[in-house]
Design a protein around this ligand. Structure first.
Ligand code: PRT
Ligand code: MG
Length: 224
């Protein structure tokens, strides 16, 4: 159990993304006695040692967290339910709702666009989103025909430029929708971040992982 680069790391590796998830996970980790020794915002380091020599953090893209944990490159991870639902979350055990980075997955349109009318007429709706699977499932369940337009960011721009009639995106404060003259018309899912564990690692190394998982779960209980 050491963190030098010459010896393989034998402790617990936790994958998480920079930004809001990192910021909101830190207090929960601190309650579990895990404090990063390096600030990922001011350092280029992607592997962060912590106050616990047997625990390290790896910084990855939010949508890459499930891959790291599924393939065992990380034992634990923090991932948004949006990412887990969109990707399927296969092989992942999800023991703790961390109740952080909360938001809603919603359908939004330009203010004044007659969404219900368009659906009622059976119009084929052009929907821009990075959540292709979740959007497809949502509209299929409603029996609405859609042309899905896959985007990787700035979904809010699509209705404003005529690229799409509607978007499926995350909304938290609603400020981004308001600033772009959009309005939410449907709620698809309540989202928060989940602690995810590699299913095989959980079976093999449960006595090593469980104390960390339980400490984080306890942190959530004390925080919310
Ligand atoms: O940025 P990057 O491309 O690396 O990846 P990412 O965008 O997936 O990462 P990040 O850090 O932006 O988001 C990580 C996770 O945070 C998401 O997977 C969600 O589970 C969660 N989360 C919570 C959010 C939001 N709230 C949120 N509001 N993720 C994104 N947003 C965006 C939203 O897409 C929209 O553009 O913020 C904007 C709306 O915010 P409001 O406050 O104006 O409504
Ligand atoms: Mg982002």
């Amino acid at each position: 159990m050491n963190q030098s680069s010459t010896t393989p790391f034998t402790g617990i590796t936790l994958a998480l993304s920079k930004g809001r998830i990192f910021g909101e996970t830190l207090p929960l980790l601190a309650r579990a006695g895990i404090v990063p020794l390096v600030d990922p915002d001011s350092s280029r380091q992607l592997i962060l040692p912590t106050s616990r020599p047997d625990v390290r953090l790896v910084i990855v893209r939010a949508s890459d967290v499930p891959t790291y944990v599924q393939r065992g490159a990380a034992d634990l991870g923090v991932a948004g339910l949006d990412v887990l639902l969109e990707q399927g979350g296969e092989g992942l055990y999800q023991p703790v709702d961390l109740r952080i980075a909360r938001c809603r997955l919603m359908v939004a349109v330009s203010q004044g666009f007659d969404y219900e009318g368009a659906i009622g007429r059976g119009a084929r709706l052009r929907v821009a989103t990075k959540y292709a699977k979740l959007a497809r499932e949502h509209f299929a369940a409603k029996g609405v025909h859609v042309d899905l337009i896959k985007l990787y960011g700035s979904m809010e721009l699509a209705p404003l430029t005529g690229l799409a009639d509607a978007i499926v995106d995350l909304v938290s404060s609603g400020n981004t929708l308001r600033a772009n003259a959009l309005e939410a018309v449907e709620n698809i899912a309540e989202i928060s971040s989940r602690l995810v564990v590699n299913g095989a690692a959980w079976k093999l190394y449960r006595e090593r992982l469980a104390p960390v998982v339980e400490a984080i779960a306890q942190g959530v209980k004390e925080t919310f």
